[in-house]
Design a protein around this ligand. Structure first.
Ligand code: E4P
Length: 217
């Protein structure tokens, strides 16, 4: 499973990229607002740090203006992935861009039928929002299972990008179901490294090593 980080914070992106675990980045208008940075500048900077897909979201709601915005965004770098909402205009834009060889991430997916439409429109990625689904009393991971089944039934190439990931269990379940990608905030990715027994083990080894009175260097 590929790991994308869901942030526009360049320091966090650099830090995670240094682990070698980072396969891509997702952003959205709220994350750009949170960063306090200029949209086009921050996307360009992220593309300079990460070789994989960097999702940059259009903000128009009509197809014609989405295409104009996409034309600006796709010029930034070859690894820019245009993010469009799961609407009729969004999917028209998806079809036009993917036919032209541009990566497209269809976002704000909350049903398996929507995911089916995105795949038929040629989406490179579909982003079902599991956390927001759970928040509203639905089962986010069941949605991922349903999409996996449908995409496998018809051998769609669209990658399932699990989004709105809130905790490590979402990551674990995504991997068990066979999602292609998950995108999570930096804190969730960093939490994956932690285990109380790892910390306890290190403390024990350090204590016994100190008693040997030796050093390696
Ligand atoms: C995905 O691309 C979105 O940016 C993101 O995962 C939304 O997550 P949220 O529900 O935590 O805002």
């Amino acid at each position: 499973m590929k790991f994308f980080v869901d942030t526009a914070d360049i320091a966090e992106i650099r830090d995670l990229a240094a682990t070698g675990l980072l396969d891509g980045v997702t952003t959205n208008p709220s994350l750009i607002h949170k960063s306090g940075r200029k949209f086009l500048e921050v996307i360009e900077e992220i593309c300079g740090v990460v070789d994989g897909p960097v999702s940059a979201e259009v903000v128009a709601l009509d197809h014609e203006t989405m295409m104009k915005e996409a034309a600006v965004l796709r010029k930034i770098a070859p690894n820019v992935c245009i993010k469009v909402p799961l609407t009729i205009d969004g999917l028209k834009t998806c079809k036009a861009l993917t036919d032209d060889g541009v990566m497209v991430n269809v976002t704000l997916c909350f049903s398996a039928n929507q995911a089916l439409l995105a795949a038929k429109a040629g989406a490179s990625f579909i982003s079902p929002f599991v956390g927001r689904h759970d928040d509203n009393g639905f089962d986010g991971m069941q949605l991922i299972e349903d999409i996996r089944l449908i995409y496998d039934n018809y051998a769609f190439d669209t990658e399932i990008l699990v989004a709105s990931v809130r905790h490590p269990i979402h990551v674990l379940d995504s991997a068990k179901i066979g999602a292609d990608v998950m995108t999570a905030p930096p804190a969730v990715i960093k939490a994956l490294f932690n285990h109380v027994l790892t910390d306890k083990g290190i403390a024990g080894f350090m204590s016994d090593w100190a008693k040997t009175g030796q050093s390696i260097l």
